[in-house]
Design a protein around this ligand. Structure first.
Ligand SMILES: [Zn+2]
Length: 286
């Protein structure tokens, strides 16, 4: 058995039904964003989700783990009472994020793997999400895809967006669910087949985004962490070094050769979602 702890709350406290959307351009369309941890929905693709919520789409966030091994980056929150109650606090933060973004959300019940640090890095903890077999790890998501029936899905690219083992695994299970959900012979106990039309990868770390954040913070008189000579290392610095921006749409802004969309494998057959999609960067162009 996988280390799945089905959670009673499962995020159903979010808007029980989509708000009245008739007349809006994306009314009747469903978008499913798949994330590794609570907080990823707020740092990756949040504005995109809000844009589609405001255009009438029904947007669901699937959160694969409870974020039990997250770091506390805000020093003011690095207190023993916070550290001792991290899973509960992360759920409270997620509830607030659901309200702000206007999305529905479900926890899929896996345990955070943590980001192994050190040279060599320590082994991943027993029972964590990244160590689950692919079929076990993908099963709750296949069930959710067949239940929610999204037209479009979003997740990280094949490198996880950054090298956290849960993010890499998140990509793998999302691709598995995208490919398998329409196949009646796969995951037969997880509901009626459904084929989403497209799977997009977030392009979170790119020059145009950080430049816009930096400029807006300066405009508001805030201290920008992206100013020249800053202390950032790793993905943020690498993103700032890259040339860009490139063309928008389904290609990475800094790497125009990198595609950010996956389409269904037609040979698999399966039931296709409604093709009557309005034009737009995500919904259109199928
Ligand atoms: Zn994460």
């Amino acid at each position: 058995m996988p280390a799945v702890s089905r959670d009673d709350t499962r995020g159903r406290a979010a808007p029980a039904a989509p708000p009245a959307t008739s007349g809006l351009p994306y009314a009747g369309l469903r978008l499913l964003a798949v994330h590794a941890h609570p907080d990823d929905e707020s740092s990756k693709g949040a504005a995109t989700m809000v844009r589609y919520v405001r255009s009438g789409a029904d947007v669901m966030v699937a959160t694969l783990t409870g974020g039990e091994r997250g770091d506390i980056l805000n020093k003011a929150m690095d207190r023993p009472d916070v550290r001792a109650n991290l899973p509960r606090i992360r759920r409270e933060e997620m509830a607030r994020a659901r309200e702000i973004l206007g999305v529905r959300q479900e926890f899929l019940g896996f345990v955070d793997s943590g980001l192994p640090e050190g040279d060599p890095p320590p082994p991943l903890p027993d029972g964590c999400f990244a160590l689950q077999k692919l079929e076990d790890a993908a099963e709750p998501l296949v069930r959710l895809v067949r239940e929610f029936r999204p037209h479009v899905m979003l997740t990280y690219d094949e490198n996880g967006g950054y090298p956290h083992p849960d993010h890499v695994k998140c990509h793998e299970v999302t691709v598995e669910a995208f490919d398998a959900a329409a196949d009646p012979d796969r995951y037969p106990d997880c509901g009626a087949p459904w084929q989403p039309l497209k799977l997009y990868y977030f392009a979170t770390f790119h020059r145009a985004r950080f430049t816009a954040l930096h400029q807006e913070m300066e405009r508001r008189g805030l201290e920008s962490p992206y100013a020249a000579g800053d202390h950032h290392t790793g993905p943020v610095r690498r993103a700032l070094r890259r040339a860009g921006p490139g063309p928008a749409g389904a290609r990475h802004p800094d790497r125009p050769g990198k595609h950010l969309v996956r389409r269904p494998d037609r040979r698999r057959g399966g039931r296709l979602a409604d093709r009557g999609l309005p034009p737009g960067p995500i919904a259109g162009g199928y």
